[in-house]
Design a protein. Structure first.
Length: 394
């Protein structure tokens, strides 16, 4: 039976931590065998918990390559005995002084231990049959004993990384919404402290450039929620005001906002001549709402939730048209000449092809003129988008 020493060779003193770790390992029952590279990947993920860096992991990786078995098990030989030169070669030419420093870091982290020979050299003695009788070098047994701890720490690190990724994603989306909504409010000359809001967003953006903890990211998310809430309180009532028109008021006579919209009209609705309300504005939509949303999924990013009826889509389109550079006169004209549902469908199609349309406002006006003569329907646009999507998927 080989005696594994706990004291280092030469002038290196015995540390209390070294004795404590050795005693703890003797008291632990034989651990379950683990695949060495799987354990190494877990340790790489959890390296911060063990206070080791990537260069230290490189040295451990090299030590593991000197172990012929693929698994770490209690009943196998876990002492490796490479020379400094061989170890340096497998660490891509690492300097010997650097190599010694990282080996000491692995020992201090309790991941390996030294099993020094009487003269401090690393070597192996073999029996008559060629089997290893005594080996002196670096013992990987501590790595096996801490396998469960390493795996648990790795799972915790992956969970924390996933939570951090999700909160950063939410922050990115809220920051984008806040910036674009603030830009929209400023372009519409809505009264608010837009420079102050932009300064707050810029400060949060600077903080996001640093590597932040989950707690700090949560604080930034709370700040963005408050800023976004303030911007929406300023903008949303104004958006409803700007989207009011004769055609929308007539179509949605059951809306709770009817009285407000009618009170803002300069003339009663019944004074509008029949020529201002073509037949198309009185027709029911020719396409189901679900088909429109399937063809134009981009509009869903600007809705608080998936539209469940035409009123939801019309409200989203009325809010969205300003962000697309379409002025309220062009939108009012489209609502009047096409009808609210057709106008909302048309705007959703324009949004879906936004990168290909140079002047969305002018394009909407030209389609409204065709609708006035009865030569336009958004149905072909919707079907064209669906066919293009199906071809891309295929």
């Amino acid at each position: 039976m080989q005696h594994l020493t706990t004291t280092p060779f030469g002038r290196r003193p015995v540390a209390a931590g070294l004795i404590a770790r050795a005693a703890a390992h003797r008291q632990v029952a034989d651990p379950i065998a683990v695949e060495k590279w799987s354990l190494f990947r877990d340790l790489t993920t959890a390296r911060k918990s063990f206070d080791i860096g990537d260069r230290t992991l490189m040295v451990l990786n090299a030590l593991l390559t000197f172990l012929p078995d693929k698994t770490l098990a209690a009943d196998t030989q876990l002492v490796v005995y490479p020379s400094n030169r061989s170890l340096s070669d497998r660490c891509h030419g690492m300097a010997e002084s650097t190599l010694r420093r990282h080996l000491a870091a692995l020992v201090d982290a309790g991941l390996i231990s030294r099993h020094d020979s009487p003269n401090g050299k690393r070597y192996v003695r073999r029996g008559r049959g060629g089997q290893i009788a005594h080996a002196f070098g670096f013992d990987l047994t501590p790595l096996l004993h801490r396998a469960t701890e390493i795996t648990d720490k790795a799972e915790e690190a992956r969970r924390l990384a996933a939570e951090t990724s999700l909160i950063r994603e939410r922050i990115s989306l809220m920051r984008r919404d806040a910036l674009k909504l603030a830009e929209f409010g400023l372009s519409q000359d809505m009264p608010a402290d837009w420079p102050g809001l932009n300064a707050s967003l810029e400060e949060l953006t600077k903080r996001l450039r640093r590597k932040l903890s989950l707690e700090n990211l949560s604080q930034i998310e709370e700040c963005l929620v408050d800023i976004l809430s303030d911007i929406r309180q300023i903008i949303e009532p104004k958006s409803e005001e700007l989207s009011g028109c004769d055609g929308q008021t007539e179509r949605h006579h059951q809306s709770s906002k009817k009285d407000i919209l009618e009170s803002e009209q300069p003339a009663p609705i019944h004074n509008v001549t029949p020529l201002a309300k073509p037949k198309l504005s009185k027709e029911k939509p020719t396409l189901p709402l679900t088909v429109v949303l399937q063809a134009c999924p981009d509009v869903l990013s600007y809705c608080e939730g998936p539209p469940t009826n035409w009123r939801d889509l019309i409200a989203a389109a009325s809010f969205l048209r300003g962000m697309m550079g379409i002025d309220h006169t062009a939108w009012d004209e489209a609502m009047r000449l096409m009808g609210p549902e057709a106008a909302a469908t048309t705007l959703a199609c324009i949004l879906q092809r936004f990168g290909d349309i140079r002047n969305p406002g002018g394009y909407l006006r030209s389609l409204s003129a065709k609708a006035a003569s009865g030569s336009f329907s958004p149905a072909p646009m919707v079907m064209s988008l669906i066919n293009a999507s199906n071809q891309t998927a295929a």
